[in-house]
Ligand binder design. Structure first.
Ligand code: TXE
Length: 485
């Protein structure tokens, strides 16, 4: 059985306490590897290694840092199949998705920030006849990156790459539920010649490793993606220590479909925005609002498509949905389906676990589920389910749909479908979200600010926003001499 190792000070090593935990393949419901159950002792060693490496890494010409990061990207690309298989096995997602989205995006993250740093410039503010301000941006030192299980390598590298490019050293923790591609990344970093201690990857539980990273006084910033509750815990520890914090948390995103939309495009994209990655993407549109004149037509066409969507084991080339990530997560999702019935909802499609045969009989599969008839204020419409479950709700006016769309504690993303340009801009302007897609979904430009408002988080990732986060500005003013002197 594969035994994953920590990557500390350039080496693959066991946790100090020698404790391991089981790693489960969700498509079969079986243990298939072991991961270190590290603790604060391992974090301590990693922080010391990082501090030592910082001097060299932060002073290295950025072109050289960039070259090493590009080498890492090249190695992931060369080992694409190995990464794709590992991601799909660890997470339960269809192999086609890991191949089309997850791993290529991890490569892009490294390439993007390795080259972005070459174009990153600081500001200067001239004061006529008085002097000049110039602002230098320096790396913070040792920073912590903590990531979740839904897009494992994609989100892990989304944090690590800008942190490293900006000249920081990193102590990082992938989710204990999906550690495998982070382990493969450690090997790629070693082979790419990443200097030892620059990146450290420590595996283990959130309450041990994540907590130790959050509390460590030498770690200057925490970049976290995960549940809102965990984000609150991290903020309560890190904020009083005056650490910089970037929190990308949950969502309950509205998908607003007006009667004047391009019906076919709205329909096919809504299928994806509802159920891609088994609905386990923070940007999935889990509340679908449909304008009354097309409500019945859309409902029928949508349910017909959902009924035809194949749930299967990840290596099945026809699988549109694979397994959800864990048994406990499957139980959580199913409990929300039960709650929907109690709250008066009608299940139009799905609503049950799927039992595959043979080696996959113990896997965690759920049919894509569509529910109607729920009040916008009920728990199913307010709480993040993070699974293949959507609700559909009719609306009559723009005011009404905005009131419902903005009624949750979250504000990550929103999708708007209309062919009326003025209406599209008007609604986008007031919908409470950090990211809005009009007549599209999940089109990503890595330069744009990424993050949410309200309980969906604090701060923005992406582009120069991420490089700003991972650097500290220092403004220096120099007075001009009097003219003629
Ligand atoms: O996430 P956690 P969980 C949502 C989704 C899901 C819920 C809970 O609704 O059902 O969160 O998922 C680490 N200190 N999202 O419990 O626990 C943990 O080890 C420091 C939305 O799996 O937040 C992992 O590496 N770290 C989301 C990471 O935090 C801690 C993606 C995320 O895990 C910690 C995932 C602690 N005390 C879940 N406790 C999104 N927005 O994309 C845990 N961790």
């Amino acid at each position: 059985m594969i035994k994953i190792k920590n990557y500390i000070n350039g080496e693959l090593i066991d946790p100090k306490n020698q404790h391991y935990i089981d790693n489960i393949d969700p498509s079969r419901g079986k243990v298939y590897s072991q991961i270190p159950s590290s603790d604060k002792e391992d974090v301590e060693i990693a922080v010391k290694a990082s501090e030592k490496a910082f001097e060299t890494w932060s002073n290295m010409p950025k072109e050289q840092r960039s070259d090493i990061m590009l080498k890492v990207a090249d190695l992931i690309e060369e080992r694409m199949d190995e990464f794709v298989i590992a991601e799909s096995l660890d997470n339960g997602k269809p192999i086609s998705l890991a191949k089309a989205v997850d791993i290529p995006r991890a490569v892009s993250n490294f390439k993007f920030f390795a080259t972005a740093i070459l174009h990153y410039a600081s500001e200067s503010h001239y004061m006529e006849g008085v002097g000049v301000n110039y602002t230098v941006r320096k790396p913070l030192g040792v920073v912590g990156c903590i990531s979740p299980w839904n897009l494992p390598l994609y989100l892990f590298t989304w944090k690590i790459a800008p942190a490293l490019a900006a000249g920081n050293c990193v102590v990082a923790k992938p989710s204990e539920i999906t550690p495998m591609t982070a382990f493969l990344l450690s090997k790629a970093c070693i082979d790419a010649g990443m200097p030892k201690g620059v990146l450290n990857i420590i595996h283990g539980l959130g309450q041990n490793v994540g907590d130790a990273i959050t509390r460590h006084p030498k770690i200057k910033a925490i970049s976290f993606t995960g549940g809102t509750q965990t984000g609150k815990t991290i903020a309560s520890i890190a904020a009083p220590m005056f650490k910089k914090l970037s929190l990308e948390l949950g969502g309950k995103n509205p998908n607003i479909i007006f009667a004047d939309c391009d019906f076919d495009k709205a329909l096919s994209t809504t299928l994806r925005s509802s159920f891609a990655n088994q609905g386990q993407i923070c940007l999935c549109g889990s509340r679908i609002f449909i304008e009354r004149p097309i409500y019945d037509k859309f409902k029928q066409a949508f349910v017909a498509k959902v009924n035809k969507t194949k749930v299967s084991y990840p290596t099945d080339p026809d699988a549109r949905l694979g397994a959800v990530v864990s048994k406990s997560h499957m139980e959580k999702i199913l409990s929300y389906i039960d709650l929907a019935k109690e709250e008066g909802g009608t299940i139009l499609s799905g609503g049950t676990q799927v039992f595959l045969e043979g080696e996959y009989e113990d896997g965690y599969y759920i049919r894509p589920t569509v529910i109607e008839g729920l009040d916008y204020k009920c728990r199913v419409n307010q709480e993040e389910i993070f699974g293949p479950v959507v609700t559909i709700t009719p609306f009559d006016t723009e005011e009404e749909v905005l009131m419902m769309a903005n009624s949750t504690q979250y504000g990550l993303s929103a999708t708007i479908w209309t062919e009326n340009l003025t209406k599209a801009h008007r609604v986008a302007d007031v919908v409470q979200a950090g990211i809005v897609w009009i007549n599209s979904w999940l089109v990503r430009d890595l330069r744009t600010p990424f993050g949410g408002v309200k309980a969906s988080g604090v701060g923005r990732e992406g582009g120069f926003e991420a490089l700003h986060f991972f650097t500290e500005p220092k403004n220096i003013f120099i007075k001009m001499g009097e003219r003629g002197h």
